[in-house]
Design a protein around this ligand. Structure first.
Ligand code: DGY
Length: 323
């Protein structure tokens, strides 16, 4: 009988996923859920045939240069792979896979949660009730901004951007526009959704802006001081993509200058650290990177990881190969 492939998993995964991994592979799970240091990632690469990693594992060129290395596949639990140096993985002959598709709807739902919570000042209201400082209904209390019928600019029109557009158009009758440099420069990006000529045009024309681009060297600080200055003072910015798409220091500064009205964030430039200036600002809604955090999606992500490992170790092309 051929020995089962040795697989090391860096974080706790939903129980059905861990059970299936243990049924198919010689697996080492992480019962403590403590994030891996570079040294323990290097050890995993030395000891296992495959490593199941997540966004909390920095697999840079130094870690991927581990020698001798036994691992031939990094099966990432997540769609974003900015934490893995794909060039270094390719150079080292390590296959990298991700889990696309299965988290689209839940991430789009969370985007709408943040957009609505920010516009309707739900964070401030929740804090008021919980702290016992709510003294009762007042006609002028916590007046927010209407969402229905407003304009929404979507930066990055991939699967999640499109799912947000559908919710905004159908559910909230919003006028949706997008900017995505991967699409033809003008015209409709999809029926009823106009592709703006530039990011600047989108920023200046939108009541709400939502970010849906991947983390790449090109998108780092895509939203910095000059871009924030294009927003209108009533604009609301939402980010459920990756933290370093926004220059967080510039964002704190822009909020202080009232260059925009409010911000809803699920991701941060230096996760899990959050800029003190954001924590201190009332009209900011902050969530702990939970875009894909439903039982259904996290289990489906695990099943994608399994499908990739299964195919790879059977000598087939893994379905979600990114390097
Ligand atoms: C993703 O899949 O990219 C989620 O943000 C978790 O990493």
């Amino acid at each position: 009988m051929t020995p089962r492939a040795r697989v090391i998993v860096t974080r706790r995964l939903p129980e059905p996923v861990e059970r299936q991994l243990a049924a198919e592979f010689d697996v080492r799970l992480n019962a403590t859920d403590v994030p891996s240091s570079p040294a323990s990632l290097a050890e995993a690469l030395r000891e296992a045939d495959g490593v199941v990693c997540t966004i909390t594992d920095t697999l840079d060129a130094a870690v991927l240069a581990t020698a001798p290395r036994r691992a031939r596949i990094l099966a990432n639990f997540g769609v974003g792979h900015g934490h893995i140096d794909l060039g270094a993985a390719r150079a080292a002959g390590v296959v990298v896979t991700n889990t696309p598709g299965v988290l689209t709807d839940d991430t789009a739902d969370l985007t709408m949660t943040l957009l609505l919570a920010t516009a309707r000042r739900a964070g401030e209201g929740e804090r008021m009730v919980r702290s016992g400082t709510w003294s009762g209904w007042r006609p002028t209390q916590l007046l927010g901004t209407r969402v229905t019928g407003k304009s929404l600019g979507i930066v990055g029109y991939g699967r999640i951007g499109r799912a947000v557009a559908a919710r905004a158009r159908l559910g909230f009758r919003m006028t949706v526009m997008t900017f995505d440099p991967m699409l033809p420069p003008a015209g409709e990006a999809s029926p009823g959704v106009r592709q703006c000529a530039s990011l600047e045009e989108l920023l200046a024309a939108s009541d709400f802006v939502s970010l849906h681009c991947p983390a790449t060297p090109d998108t780092r600080h895509l939203i910095g001081a000059p871009q924030l200055a294009r927003l209108r003072p009533h604009a609301i910015l939402v980010n459920t993509a990756r933290g370093d798409v926004i220059d967080e220091a510039a964002l704190v500064d822009a909020l202080g200058r009232q260059q925009l009205a409010a911000v809803g964030l699920d991701v941060y430039e230096h996760e899990p650290a959050v800029s003190p200036g954001l924590l201190a600002t009332d009209r900011v809604v902050l969530l702990p990177h939970v875009g894909s955090a439903t039982i259904e999606t996290r289990t489906a992500m695990g099943m994608c990881v399994l499908a990739n490992l299964r195919a790879f170790f059977a000598g087939h092309a893994p379905p979600d190969r990114v390097a």
